[in-house]
Design a protein around this ligand. Structure first.
Ligand SMILES: [Zn+2]
Length: 640
């Protein structure tokens, strides 16, 4: 025995390893138990969705449990052996043995050259035992387990090529990083932590560009999406969201595995969305567009960039801690590196970092739920974004059901297991959230639904506004025509027109427009205006001129990522502010920056000042003003 089992560092390592082992086995066991108990059951929510009830039949449920169980049994054996190996390597002094062996070959590290060589050799040799132990398990996974459940299309030839490629790649990257580290240790003995952190951060950013362009193509073929309905649907989503200069690729994942997925990577000009070819086979064009909408959500909501920027201060903190630990001779001595003293510790900081990371991997399980909490939050956000981009959550819901079914993912995992291990919420949680997001509670507390506006509901808007807005003429048909003209001049053919359905009936509508949207009311007007005499039509022209002038004024304030509220009509008093707030939330999530609107003295314009809108201008509109009263117009802005 070459380690001191009562040393605090060794105790942290031993207790951390034991705790990690126990936590994982406990979690996997309760997950297994829950499959035994609930594996044959469809959650109530899914029962109510016809596609889900049909998809998750008895056979599918059995298959899911069998797949998850098979993975569990394999994991149990591999985890016991891995833990025994990890402990044995430390307790029997494998690491100092390797280090002494290398020192015998190259001498004690001192120059950049022999530091680089001995560190690289150390990394390589210490990697061998766990590699050998993991090998049969990964072969079993690929060629037995995954094949049994119909996922793996792997061939021996492909497996050998993959392994060789990734080993060469690993060796190149490892050599590069070890060389940088060797230079940093020798040249910057006291400031290397800062330099190393900066280099690692730069490396992460460079990899965002290098990985999709040069590394991923070594393993897979990336081809553009073929023309067809799927491409059309996808392109319209890309357009809607404003995904410019990015690539959309189909990856030939099926040559290895039948598992399906989609992911978003990179930033700036290298950003790209990758769809597995397996996905294209199983989803309808609408569902594909919805899944893509989800991935676009990650991009539009800056999820990758945010993660990278959270990483920056962390990286400095971690390298600083490593630097501090690498100077503790007690750390080396605890693990059996007996000849390390204050005099020579600076030359072997690499070993110190290795030991610190050994400690870290023993205790890191305890913080692993943290990053999962953030990840699940972002997944919900991306789901909401995808549903909005499609105008309905339905396609995303059916898409997720199919993906879940094909990947044989568990339907009812225990809550604690999900909290600890899941980077994505469960299928049921995601559907629940998608359904509830599409409805919200109005002022009265009823459950209301927001959906894209349907043109057939224009008469319902007219019922509300004709009494308020129409000119005092006898001809009821003309009055409706006059008001419909106003409504249509505020309607832009885009995906930003909403209606609120309350208890099944139409209640409120809100229309929005981008700065560049064009109104197409003229065609309708040309057709409908023929029914009325010229003297009546004059009033419609005056109304249109007024709207156009005001819209122009508003748009002069707007940028491309601002949005204008062009019409807001409610059949019922009271749903106002809550609906508008809910819509503002959604627009903010879509990336819009400011909301603009204009109104005039005939409306309740003070409402906006009372509700946090900023008054930008207050003008007299001459044509509507009389001698003793000015007709006032107002332009408002709200930051979203
Ligand atoms: Zn996602």
């Amino acid at each position: 025995m070459s380690v001191n089992l009562t040393n605090p560092f060794v105790l942290i390592f031993l207790c951390g390893t034991a705790a990690t082992f126990l936590i994982n086995h406990f979690l996997e066991f309760i997950d297994f138990r829950s499959r035994v108990k609930n594996g044959g059951r469809i959650p109530d929510l899914l029962q109510k969705i016809p596609l889900a009830a049909e998809t998750f039949d008895t056979e599918k449920l059995k298959n899911i449990s069998a797949y998850e169980d098979a993975k569990y049994f394999k994991w149990c054996i591999s985890s016991v052996l891995t833990t025994i190996l990890d402990l044995a390597l430390v307790i029997f002094g494998f690491y100092p043995f390797v280090f002494n062996f290398i020192c015998g070959l190259t001498g004690f590290p001192s120059t950049i050259g022999n530091s680089f060589f001995s560190f690289l050799l150390f990394t390589f040799i210490t990697f061998i035992p766990s590699f050998i132990l993991a090998l049969p398990f990964s072969l079993y996974d690929e060629f037995v387990l995954e094949k049994k459940f119909g996922f793996s299309n792997m061939t021996w030839k492909l497996w050998i090529i993959d392994t060789i490629k990734s080993m060469i790649l690993g060796l190149i990257l490892m050599s590069l990083l070890t060389f940088i580290a060797a230079v940093a240790f020798v040249k910057f003995a006291t400031s290397w932590w800062f330099i190393l952190a900066a280099i690692l951060i730069a490396f992460t950013f460079i990899m965002q560009v290098v990985y999709p362009k040069f590394i991923a193509p070594l393993f897979n073929k990336f081809s553009p999406l073929e023309d067809g309905e799927a491409k059309e649907k996808i392109m319209s989503i890309l357009d809607k969201v404003g995904f410019k200069n990015g690539g959309l690729f189909v990856m030939d994942a099926s040559k290895r595995s039948g598992h399906s997925n989609a992911y978003f990577s990179g930033f700036g000009k290298t950003k790209r969305i990758v769809l597995y070819d397996t996905l294209l086979k199983s989803l309808t064009p609408d569902e594909l567009a919805a899944v893509l909408g989800h991935e676009l959500g990650h991009f539009k909501l800056h999820h990758i960039t945010k993660r990278l920027f959270v990483m920056i201060p962390m990286e400095f903190l971690v390298t600083y801690l490593l630097y501090k630990m690498a100077h503790l001779t007690g750390l080396y001595n605890a693990f059996g590196f007996t000849n390390i003293t204050h005099q020579n510790v600076a030359s072997v900081q690499f070993i110190g970092i290795f030991l610190a990371s050994l400690l870290w991997s023993a205790v890191s399980e305890i913080v692993s739920p943290l990053s999962n909490i953030f990840s699940r939050k972002q997944e919900y956000q991306a789901d909401a974004f995808g549903a909005q981009a499609c105008g309905t959550p339905d396609h995303l819901i059916t898409g997720l059901i199919k993906l879940n079914s094909e990947n044989l993912s568990e339907l009812i995992p225990p809550k604690l297991y999900v909290f600890w291990n899941y980077s994505h919420p469960t299928l049921v949680e995601r559907i629940e959230k998608l359904k509830s997001r599409n409805s919200f509670a109005g002022d009265s507390g009823d459950i209301n639904t927001i959906r894209p506006f349907e043109m057939k509901n224009i008469p319902l808007i007219l019922d509300v506004v004709v009494p308020m807005w129409s000119p005092p003429v006898e001809d009821m048909s003309f009055r409706r025509f006059y008001v419909e003209h106003i409504v249509r001049n505020n309607f832009f053919e885009n995906d930003l027109n909403f209606e609120l359905i309350e208890n099944g009936s139409f209640c409120t509508s809100a229309f929005f427009a981008r700065k560049t949207d064009i109104c197409k009311a003229d065609e309708w007007y040309a057709l409908e205006s023929r029914k009325y005499p010229e003297n009546l039509l004059t009033s419609t022209k005056i109304g249109k001129a007024y709207i156009e002038l005001m819209d122009k004024k508003v748009r002069a304030y707007m940028n491309d990522d601002d949005i204008q509220l062009t019409l807001y009509v409610s059949r019922k008093k009271g749903c106002g502010s809550k609906l508008l707030n809910e819509l503002c939330d959604r627009l903010r999530n879509q990336g819009w920056k400011n909301l603009y609107l204009w109104t005039d003295c005939e409306c309740d314009w003070q409402w906006y000042t009372k509700h946090g809108y900023e008054l930008l201008s207050e003008d007299v509109y001459k044509p509507f003003s009389s001698e003793d009263e000015d007709y006032m117009t107002y332009i408002f802005r709200k930051k979203l």
